[in-house]
Write a protein that binds this ligand. Structure first.
Ligand SMILES: [Fe+2]
Ligand SMILES: [Fe+2]
Length: 376
């Protein structure tokens, strides 16, 4: 599988390794400690993004950033600066576009990954205007809804249900017009994986629903449920959401709160369909009662929530995450089958697998990044 190549220029070996490790499932990182070497590499090879620390051997990070921007070749490459503190000069560099963002060198890995993903995501979005108008419309509408919801970090503030239905409508239209595979392909270059996952689950559910003959109005409900199911993650700290390794027990407790949090946000919001709230609260419930937040059993879980759980697991398996690589669709399908019975509803899994086998939808969701995206 091709991964885009990024350059990490960092004097401190431990920090260099930490950054390299944290992006390893999504990027091939070339890590150096010398400023001149970084400049040479960036001017002679193709990279998708750069991380530069202020302090480097031979040429400091700020001068590297200026030189990179002056070169015609890398005028638009995303650059993250890692500095001891954000000075007036650095602020001016951000404002004038010399660097895209800056984080404190003491920032924890989760904050680093969040900022890095946000920077690369913004860069990917700037390329959306070159897509067909209908594809761009789906991506921008869903992205705007997602950003509005995630601009808050509590459950106290309701969301505008019209934003959710508008986002879902674009997904259903794309499914109906046979354009959803193009949307999913375009989505692969985006780095905000909670957004990518939300849109993927919306698309999977709407696609599956249409294939099994669900009516248009109900497809909209399925797409809303898929898109909103993880909205509760807006309350999850970045250090946990973007932790590159496995979560410890206390962190698992925190992240598991997102299901109830999503329900709380949606209940507070006028005009959200009850089915959508159910899915938000129940997509981690499992048939044998081992799920959360309420340990529901079998028939206590409604049909749509059981279907959403399948779409959620499938999307999570074939997505890149900071703690795991993506699985191939066939491997993900095998894992879904293993979960049928104790965890996932077996009849729905069988139907889901059948649909995914008979179409190229799954492979387009998970196909490797193209050579162009890999930048070499
Ligand atoms: Fe979830
Ligand atoms: Fe999810």
């Amino acid at each position: 599988m091709h991964r885009p190549k990024i350059l990490i220029a960092c004097q401190d070996q431990a920090t260099r390794q930490r950054f390299t490790e944290s992006v390893r499932f999504r990027y091939r990182a070339v890590a150096v400690e010398d400023g001149w070497l970084a400049l040479h590499l960036i001017n002679t090879s193709q990279f998708s993004a750069m991380v530069i620390t202020e302090r480097l051997e031979s040429l400091n990070g700020l001068d590297v950033a200026y030189s990179v921007r002056e070169s015609h070749r890398n005028a638009h490459i995303p650059i993250m600066l890692v500095a001891q503190r954000i000075t007036t000069r650095i602020r001016e560099m951000i404002e004038s576009g010399i660097v895209d963002c800056c984080i404190d060198e003491t920032a924890e890995t989760g904050a680093f990954l969040f900022e890095f993903n946000a920077m690369c995501g913004a860069h990917a979005e700037s390329a959306w205007s070159a897509l067909d108008a209908d594809i761009e419309h789906v991506l921008r509408t869903t992205r705007n809804t997602y950003k509005t919801v995630f601009s808050e970090n509590t459950t106290d503030i309701p969301m505008d249900s019209r934003l959710l239905s508008a986002a879902a409508d674009t997904v259903v239209d794309a499914v109906r017009n046979g354009r959803i595979t193009a949307v999913m392909k375009a989505l692969q270059t985006h780095d905000d994986y909670t957004f990518v996952h939300s849109l993927s689950v919306a698309a999977v559910l709407a696609f599956f629903g249409r294939e099994i003959g669900i009516r248009d109005g109900d497809l909209g409900i399925m797409a809303q449920a898929g898109f909103a199911h993880d909205f509760g993650k807006r309350t999850t700290p970045q250090a946990i959401l973007y932790k590159p390794g496995l979560l410890d027990t206390a962190q698992m407790v925190v992240i598991r709160r997102h299901a109830q949090a999503a329900g709380d946000i949606l209940r507070r919001s006028d005009g959200i369909p009850a089915e959508v709230i159910n899915v938000a609260e129940r997509h981690h419930e499992r048939l044998n009662g081992t799920g959360y937040p309420n340990g529901l059993h079998g028939a206590e879980i409604d049909d749509l929530s059981m279907v959403a759980a399948i779409g959620d697991v499938f999307s999570a398996l074939i997505d890149n995450r900071c703690y795991k690589p993506r699985y191939a669709p066939q491997e993900a399908i095998r894992m879904l089958r293993d979960m049928a019975g104790p965890h996932l509803e077996p009849h729905h899994v069988a139907k889901f697998v059948e649909v995914m086998h008979d179409t190229d939808f799954a492979s387009c969701m998970a196909s490797p990044l193209t050579d162009e995206a890999a930048a070499e």
